[in-house]
Design a protein around this ligand. Structure first.
Ligand code: ATP
Ligand code: MG
Length: 402
């Protein structure tokens, strides 16, 4: 007979199990709890969209669109793309679903996203994000609320120490055009010192040179002019309102004048929560204000601000999550007691008591197995069906079983 070849796990994907799963689930449940405190509602959007949704909203010149998307023709020859992020799909849904009538909207979602990248620690091809967005709120208080949500999430996960909020402003359209021109002039004057990637960015997306990770670019990027000299009074007032709000809420931040988001419709606030505990994959949560995005997809002029965080990167920063055993383990000493044990298990679980059954192996092994499950209470059944508590316990099981 031909030997069956076991298929491999696809490069850059993960099977999440045991301790990893507990960490993962802890991030998700904490996010769900905290977003309720801030009155954000949850939405689900499709895993795949028309390729145009991402190409137009993320932008053709970004790494995500130019190199990282999983794009394929479906059987009807439509070009589809697996979501590389959530914001674009949410903006598309806002338009196609007529969500404008509910604005301002405070939304969260989470799930798998896909990017064709070189897999390494903290970097996968299928990974998972939690995502928060506010649509239809142009005021700086919306930026503050989103940043408070992010900050509280990190605190409640117990990872806020060692994670820094870096904040910048990209100003308004007028500010940005003036700053962009100054940057291009600076980079043109230092063409010879720039990497090939940055030379390519110079024409299409010069702001991106500022956050280049290539060491060759750093001296030129670091000596580039700050946006501050170009801020209009309005843009300055917006940024001041955001920082004043953060200070009032007790959210710590630092200015990073080199922090940018590459696309033209990004405005005002840009931010990242960064740690040095994850090597090169140090950004755990990132976002900003994107007031032109919905319009760029053909929708009404709509303010927007949001962030996304990698669940895996947050999970890696967590302390060892506590593993707790079931409330009760039911041990059957003799098969004749099977029916009584089945009845007891059903009663326990219906009463909201978590319960596990141990009914195989030698009687001695059964007790060992029960102990290993680390229950709060153990109940045994003998041949005559009589139940009694043998290990430490609260008597809760007895009360339920009767
Ligand atoms: P990076 O600079 O690490 O590539 P990015 O700028 O591409 O990040 P965003 O598009 O802002 O990241 O995505 C938000 C968050 O999603 C990141 O801060 C990070 O936590 C997570 N993330 C991004 N790409 C990956 C990946 N390939 N694997 C795991 N997590 C990721
Ligand atoms: Mg990336």
């Amino acid at each position: 007979m031909a030997r069956i070849q076991t298929p491999n796990r696809v490069r850059g994907t993960q099977d999440i199990f045991r301790d990893d799963e507990r960490r993962f689930a802890h991030v998700q449940s904490t996010f769900d709890r905290v977003r309720r405190l801030y009155c954000f509602e949850r939405v689900e959007v499709p895993v795949f969209e028309d390729t145009q949704v991402f190409a137009r909203s993320i932008g053709e010149t970004t790494d995500v669109v130019s190199k990282e998307m999983y794009t394929f023709p479906d059987r009807g020859n439509d070009s589809l793309t697996l979501r590389p992020e959530f914001t674009a799909g949410i903006a598309r849904a806002y338009i196609t679903g007529g969500w404008q009538q509910y604005a301002p909207l405070k939304l969260v979602t989470s799930g798998a996203v896909f990017r064709y990248e070189r897999p390494q620690k903290g970097r996968y091809r299928q990974f998972h994000q939690i995502d928060a967005e506010i649509l239809g709120a142009p005021e700086p208080a919306a930026d503050v609320e989103l940043l408070c949500l992010a900050d509280q999430l990190l605190h409640e996960l117990g990872i806020a120490d060692g994670v820094t909020l870096q904040l910048n402003t990209l100003g308004d359209a007028e500010t940005r055009d003036a700053w962009r021109a100054a940057l291009v002039a600076h980079f043109e004057a230092h063409r010879a010192e720039l990497s090939e990637d940055s030379l390519a960015r110079l024409d299409k997306n010069p702001l991106r040179i500022l956050d280049s990770k290539d060491p060759r670019d750093r001296p030129v990027a670091d000596s580039a002019p700050d946006i501050d000299a170009y801020l209009t009074a309005e843009a300055r007032a917006f940024f001041d309102a955001v920082t004043a709000g953060l200070d009032a809420a007790g959210v710590k931040w630092t200015r990073n004048a080199r922090l940018v988001r590459g696309l033209d419709y990004y405005r005002h606030t840009a931010f990242e929560f960064v740690t040095d505990r994850l090597g090169a994959q140090g950004t755990v949560l990132a976002g900003g204000r994107y007031d032109g995005l919905v319009e760029s997809l053909g929708g009404p002029a709509t303010a927007g601000v949001g962030w996304a965080a990698g669940i895996e990167r947050l999970a890696m920063l967590l302390e060892e999550p506590v593993v707790s055993g079931p409330d009760v383990v039911v041990v059957i000493e003799d098969d004749a007691a099977q029916a009584e044990a089945t009845a007891a298990l059903a009663k326990l679980r219906r009463a909201g008591v978590s319960a596990e059954l141990v009914a195989t192996g030698s009687p001695r092994k059964r007790y060992d197995k029960a102990l290993k499950l680390d229950p709060a209470e153990t109940v045994t059944f003998h041949a005559d069906g009589h139940a009694f508590r043998v290990l430490r316990g609260t008597g809760r099981a007895q009360a339920v079983i009767g």
